[in-house]
Design a protein around this ligand. Structure first.
Ligand SMILES: O=C(O)CCC(=O)C(=O)O
Ligand SMILES: [Fe+2]
Length: 275
């Protein structure tokens, strides 16, 4: 009889390539090496991309699910500034506080996504939360408590895009399921602002077409990406061609009760409470 402990198979073993990304054994040598390399990439580029994190079969199931749920998606299309704050009419029109960008997307809320959906099972596992927390060097990290936004699926149909913006949350985690034929690139400018300085002149340059500090990531299907969305201004370029870009944003916070405010919830989901 074997005396070694038999570890139970994680509930998301069919979702993550655990040979390459052992998030179920973070304390092991391979687990620690994974965390180290993610931290280094994040510090160097302001973004860390883990290609092939999600297994192809799970990706295919998420694409099928997104197509199946498309009629439930909330379609939003509106102008905003990069801070998601009311336009400031007292400054010049090309000032970042007044400058208009556009975001248009199809958002499928958390409460439409079945409990057994591959990525929902992964999102709800404590192993993933622990892994994200370890990379971000957070002693405590919680999944968002928002019933609509904590985990969702977004389709960017032809012509849709996400304008330049900063996220309200400090960092973001995305998972790509399907790329557009053209466009739909994730573009970001690492550390464009700091907690102390909005760096308006630098922001203005990017808004007016300066590409010298922009990094581009096309995101192959199955990629999980981390980025500091609160300091790195970012956008999704307009989708061209027939194929929608499909992905999810996984939302975390340092407080147990993190939720969207009603205004943002209305904007992205057309409601503020679950069905
Ligand atoms: O879809 C992406 O790649 C980024 C999404 C994003 O920036 C957001 O939802 O705030
Ligand atoms: Fe964002």
């Amino acid at each position: 009889m074997s005396t070694t402990t038999t570890l139970s198979r994680p509930l998301y073993a069919d979702v993550v390539d655990l040979d390459r990304y052992p998030i179920h054994e973070l304390g092991s040598e391979r687990g620690r090496a994974l965390i180290d390399s993610c931290r280094q990439e994040l510090a160097k580029d302001g973004c860390c991309t883990l290609e092939g994190f999600i297994k192809p079969e799970a990706v295919a199931r998420m694409v099928a699910l997104a197509n199946q749920l498309e009629s439930k998606a909330w379609v939003s299309d509106r102008p905003h500034n990069v801070y998601f704050e009311p336009f400031d009419e007292t400054v010049e029109p090309d000032h970042p506080l007044a400058f208009q960008v556009r975001s248009a997307k199809h958002g499928i809320a958390y409460d439409y996504i079945p409990e057994d959906a591959p990525l929902r099972r992964l999102y709800e596992s404590d192993d993933l939360t622990r892994f994200i927390g370890a990379v971000l060097e957070r002693p405590v990290l919680y999944r968002s408590a928002d019933p609509l936004d904590a985990f969702q699926i977004t389709l960017f149909k032809p012509g849709e895009e996400l304008g330049w913006h900063y996220d309200r949350s400090e960092f973001s985690v995305t998972v790509m399921y399907q790329k557009a034929e053209k466009g739909g690139d994730f573009e970001y400018v690492p550390a464009l602002r700091t907690k102390q300085d909005e760096c308006y002149d630098e922001v203005k340059k990017v808004l007016h077409g300066d590409r010298s500090r922009i990094k581009v990531q096309s995101g192959e299907p199955g990629t999980l990406a981390f980025f500091h969305g609160n300091c790195a201004m970012h956008r999704v370029t307009p989708v061209e061609g027939e194929t929608p870009r499909i992905n999810s944003v996984l939302t975390y916070g340092e407080h147990e009760d993190m939720r969207l405010n009603d205004l943002t919830s209305e904007l992205f989901y057309g409601r503020t409470s679950p069905r």
